[in-house]
Design a protein around this ligand. Structure first.
Ligand SMILES: *Cc1c(COP(=O)(O)O)cnc(C)c1O
Length: 394
């Protein structure tokens, strides 16, 4: 594999964010925010239109049946808007759950007071097409299925295509939380059927936080009229307003949109979804092989590792404490991410953002130095973590 020229590093000396959003953005993305736009003015309306068109373009083949609706707030606001706008009040929605974001979708349904069921796979394993098909065959009440594309809490890449096939074959409808994967992993409507997908500005497109967006079938958008419980989180109402006036319904995050347009241009320059995904994959491969050489173990079997974020078990060595490891890594310019697992101690390292394999090599070498400094002789995880992992994977 050829090695590309290193990405430019931040001159400010700010640390790299090895986190799944907010993440490290480029200088041009930050600079795009250095002026003000009127939300009502035609310049900003043009920016909104350009953004919606570019995002639809990222879907690829089959995108003509979809439209793009941006939504103010963090990603969770957009997920809630999607669920509220597209799930029915009188039939059941099946949530495929293998981590915190699946759980959050279920919690949202509970807040909405809408019927739902959960297929829970724990922290380590993906929901497979076959079991989804079986579940749907056994419950005729279910009309919609919610899948998380990359479950960011563990970093697992769920097999969304086989899930989509199972859902389509049983005549049900699929909603996808592709928050942390969209823009780096393809989701072509020509390859898999779905009603709507949701993502946000500060993940794989490498913008700054402030809004999410829903790409939904136009037929689903038309049918969503009056379905949301919420005035502001109403995808149909936002869509109608955008179509009619070119404007967002309420104050848009103007600077965030300007930064995002710059990020979309850079995404295109890098080779779109393919190019972005290739850089992240390389980041992941360099990180995982380097950390394994240090003795760390990944939570997941290699088959399910995403190019987005990787979970490592904390070493069993009593000299290791995550808080100490974290601050020493930060002093070297790297912000890590604590784990989000229920059973064992872990931490996560993000592969997304303005970072390349050169940065990832520096991350590994900093981790090695820090272990030495802390007096950690072995980075191997506790025996019970590996036993648990093997038991669940069997
Ligand atoms: C980041 C993320 C979200 C949204 O989280 P916010 O903190 O609200 O931006 C939702 N789902 C997944 C899978 C995510 O990675």
């Amino acid at each position: 594999m050829t090695t590309k020229a290193p990405l430019e590093r931040p001159k400010s000396g700010e640390p790299f964010l090895l986190t799944p959003g907010p993440l490290t953005t480029s200088l041009p993305v930050k600079q795009a925010m250095l002026r003000d736009w009127g939300s009502w003015d035609s310049d900003f309306r043009d920016m909104t239109a350009e953004m919606r068109t570019s995002l639809l373009g990222l879907l690829g083949r089959g995108s003509q049946d979809y439209d793009c609706v941006p939504m103010q707030g963090s990603g969770t606001f957009a997920v809630e808007a999607m669920l509220a706008s597209f799930t029915p009040k009188d039939r059941k929605t099946l949530i495929l759950c293998n981590g915190a974001y699946g759980k959050r979708a279920a919690e949202t349904m509970a807040y909405l007071g809408r019927p739902f069921a959960i297929l829970d796979k724990g922290d380590y394993l993906p929901p497979r097409g076959e079991e989804v098909a079986e579940y749907l065959a056994a419950d005729a009440e279910i009309s919609h299925v919610v899948a998380v594309h990359c479950e960011t809490s563990s970093g697992i890449l769920n097999p969304v295509e086989e899930i989509a096939d199972a859902v389509a074959a049983s005549g049900r409808k699929l909603l996808i939380d592709s928050m942390s994967a969209f823009g780096a992993i393809a989701l072509e409507p020509a390859n898999l059927q779905f009603e709507a997908v949701v993502s946000s500005a500060n993940k794989c497109i490498e913008g700054v936080p402030g809004f999410g967006f829903i790409l939904a079938r136009k037929s689903a958008l038309r049918a969503a009229r009056g379905n949301s419980h919420s005035l502001s989180l109403d995808v149909h109402a936002q869509w109608v307003h955008l179509e009619k006036s070119g404007q967002w319904r309420f104050t848009p995050p103007t600077h965030v949109v300007a930064a995002f347009l710059q990020a979309l241009k850079d995404h295109d320059k890098e080779g779109g979804v393919k190019g972005r995904g290739a850089r992240y994959t390389r980041n992941r491969d360099v990180l995982v092989s380097g950390m394994r050489q240090l003795g760390f173990e990944t939570l997941l079997h290699s088959d399910w590792l995403s190019p987005i974020i990787v979970t490592f078990f904390c070493p069993a060595d009593p000299a290791f404490a995550f808080a100490d490891f974290y601050s020493r890594m930060k002093a070297r310019g790297f912000i890590l991410y604590p784990g989000k697992l229920t059973v064992v101690d872990s931490f996560r390292v993000g592969c997304i953002g303005q970072m390349d394999e050169h940065v990832m090599r520096d991350v590994v070498s900093a981790a090695g130095d820090v272990l030495k400094e802390m007096g950690v002789a072995s980075a191997a995880p506790p025996e019970e973590a590996l036993v648990e992992r093997a038991r669940l994977a069997a």
